[in-house]
Design a protein around this ligand. Structure first.
Ligand code: AMP
Ligand code: GLY
Length: 430
């Protein structure tokens, strides 16, 4: 029996583990580090830190793991792929050199510039004084033009500020570079860039370093409140639907963004192996690249993988062995949605500890409940412990039908203090 190890603990990893099990024609033995209570229903949980490379390698070796797959970015930028490969342990993911596409915003922007990939006009500042000078130079318009400030390093979602005015931008520079709100190391340098207008789309692909396979384009909803109000979150919902990226725009994104990226990475000596996430802004002048992630997105993955019909372990194996070009990926026709249920207070300080009711009444043949922040009580019931708690996820013949399934399940799944957006897939802006 194949033995697969998944690293990570969120809704994204639950969806990966579920898809590995659901798409495999034969039984597979799954392990997850550290996982969560929902993942524990499908995989053996392993209590090791995702950042402890030596212990992870020892576990993979001792348990004859056939393939390891990494969910979050931190282990990738820290070089877990090289660490495993040095010990001949099979792992699929980008090397630390390739993971710089996510790990350093400056590296990513300079890479886009070198390869003529359409993106927002930008400048790099090495100090708060230089950043303020750039802002005041007029290069990014006048005091009322929006501008975007990005910390260079990994900042767990806190490193990007879209500032509507110069006063906000100057505050963001102080927050990031002086107060270090995104961490000590993330913002020694910042990117300042023009704010692009348009709708966003997430385009993900599998790559083996030579060939690639696109996934259905997705869209996530980042703000906590309906109609895209309130603070940003890790993501309150996602959809896949043909309307996210029309064929002509997709073709352009492939020609102008996807292929130059993969060819550029190979030419620069770091062929990209793994899952690549392109965060696109669909502007009046065509698709532009906002950012790379070197991993699956959360909660895009939940909505994407629920439509996968091809054996995911075979996809991972072909990425590892460089034979992706021979595999044809099949996706369920139609659309999908994931609606995140969070605890009251999230994304600030949130409530925690209520027992979740109604999970047994969800029709698991139509709706999957991916866990992000739950724990198991001694009585066998799930407790809502995290900020984001569950992702109710469904595929159907069209988007309204998929949404109806997700929101239908939310009529039975309940706990005191549950909050979710009621406009996933319908919100005018993202
Ligand atoms: P990033 O981590 O670079 O994707 O930035 C996070 C979010 O900030 C994106 O998903 C966008 O919503 C927004 N954003 C980033 N860069 C820009 C830009 N140049 N113009 C407008 N919005 C942006
Ligand atoms: N949903 C965006 C991300 O995973 O970064």
């Amino acid at each position: 029996m194949k033995r697969i190890l998944v690293i990570g603990s969120g809704g994204r990893e639950h969806a990966i583990v579920w898809a590995l099990r659901n798409t495999s024609p034969v039984p597979v033995k799954l392990f997850c580090v550290p996982g969560n209570a929902g993942i524990g229903q499908l995989a053996q949980l392993v209590n090791v830190s995702v950042n402890d490379q030596a212990s992870l390698a020892r576990f993979a070796e001792a348990n004859s793991i056939d393939l390891t797959f990494v969910g979050p970015e931190a282990p990738l930028t820290a070089g877990i792929v090289e660490a495993f490969e040095a010990e001949r342990l099979p792992i699929v993911g980008p090397t630390a050199a390739a993971a710089r596409l996510e790990g350093s915003k400056i590296f990513a922007k300079d890479f886009m510039a070198r390869h003529g990939i359409p993106t927002a006009v930008y400048r790099v500042a090495d100090s708060p004084a230089q950043a303020i000078e750039l802002l005041r130079s007029g290069e990014f318009g006048d005091a009322d033009s929006p501008v975007v400030i990005k910390a260079d390093g990994l900042a767990a979602g806190k490193g990007v500020v879209v500032a509507a005015t110069r006063a906000e931008a100057e505050k963001a520079i102080d927050d990031l570079m002086v107060q270090h709100v995104a961490g000590e190391d993330a913002a020694g340098r910042v990117v300042i860039e023009e704010a692009l207008a348009g709708t966003e789309a997430s385009l993900l692909l599998f790559s083996d370093g030579r060939d690639y396979a696109l996934m259905p384009a997705a869209r996530d909803h980042k703000r906590i409140g309906d109609n895209d109000t309130g603070p940003n979150t890790g993501g309150m919902g996602s959809i896949t639907d043909a309307s996210v990226l029309d064929q002509a725009t997709l073709g352009r994104a492939v020609r102008e963004i996807v292929e130059p990226t993969l060819i550029g990475a190979r030419d620069e000596g770091f062929p990209f192996k793994g899952v690549l996430f392109l965060g696109l802004m669909l502007t009046a002048a065509g698709p532009k690249l906002l950012e790379y992630n070197v991993r699956f997105g959360d909660p895009e993955t939940q909505a994407i993988l629920i439509r996968l019909k091809t054996d995911l372990s075979a996809v991972f194996e072909s990425m590892h062995s460089g034979t992706l070009g021979r595999l044809r990926l099949d996706w369920a026709e139609g659309a999908s949605a994931c609606v995140v249920a969070a605890n009251r207070g999230y994304p600030g300080k949130y409530d925690s500890g209520a027992e979740i009711e109604g999970l047994d009444d969800v029709d698991m043949t139509r709706v999957q409940v991916f866990h992000a922040g739950t724990s198991l009580a001694p009585n066998g019931r799930f407790i809502a412990t995290g900020g984001r708690v569950l992702g109710l996820t469904a595929a159907a013949e069209n988007l309204p039908a998929a949404l109806e399934l997700c929101y239908g399940a939310l009529q039975t799944v309940h706990w005191p203090g549950i909050q979710f957006r009621t406009d996933i897939g319908r919100s005018p802006r993202i």
